[in-house]
Design a protein around this ligand. Structure first.
Ligand code: AMP
Length: 178
């Protein structure tokens, strides 16, 4: 199991999908799996940007991981809280090989997301989301490291292909690409 972390706009999803396509692995996006439930109650929580209750999210992740039995999975958008990290370590810790932290500076994220031009993408809102990400991620990453999960930072500035190559080299160093 490979966990991929990064701020909003870091390109986690495209990188997760490229890896899955190239390696024959499975990309499991928490946001996507939650949307696929088509549960009005979940969708209304998601619209507010609040986290879906951990128990429900953990269960949905658990089912998706079980369906991928025997296939390497790339987990995107999970864990997003220490409680989720605890659950992951307690139930699947033996299977977690590495967490990749895509490192993209705030200025670059603002630049990329401003180009996207969505109404909630004004620079102030982007900066705020970035700062929330940093505050929330730090304890999760510390928790994983404290439980002997390797966390490798990968430079997330460059073209999609360059970043993909960096991720692949890091995974190769860990013997995960053969
Ligand atoms: P995303 O697709 O990552 O932008 O996520 C969309 C929405 O799904 C978020 O705003 C949350 O409401 C929900 N969500 C995504 N990941 C998680 C998670 N790990 N735990 C709880 N809720 C989540």
């Amino acid at each position: 199991m490979i966990i991929i972390f990064g701020p909003p706009g870091a390109g986690k999803s495209i990188q997760g999908q490229m890896l899955a396509a190239r390696m024959g692995w499975r990309w499991l996006s928490a946001g996507q799996l939650l949307r696929d439930q088509k549960d009005p109650e979940l969708l209304s929580i998601m619209q507010t940007g609040e986290l879906v209750p951990h128990e429900r999210t953990n269960q949905i992740m658990d089912e998706a991981i079980a369906r991928a039995e025997g296939i390497q999975v790339i987990i995107d958008g999970f864990p997003r809280a220490v409680a989720q990290a605890e659950w992951l370590v307690n139930t699947h810790g033996h299977a977690v090989h590495i967490a990749i932290l895509l490192d993209v500076p705030k200025e670059e994220v603002v630049k990329r997301l401003s180009i996207r031009g969505r109404s909630d993408d004004d620079p102030e809102a982007i900066e705020q989301r970035f700062e929330i990400y940093e505050q929330e991620m730090r304890p999760i990453i510390d928790y994983l490291k404290d439980h002997n999960i390797s966390v490798e930072t990968v430079d997330g500035v460059g073209s999609v292909g360059e970043i993909h190559d960096r991720i692949v080299s890091t995974l190769t160093e860990y013997g995960l690409t053969s």
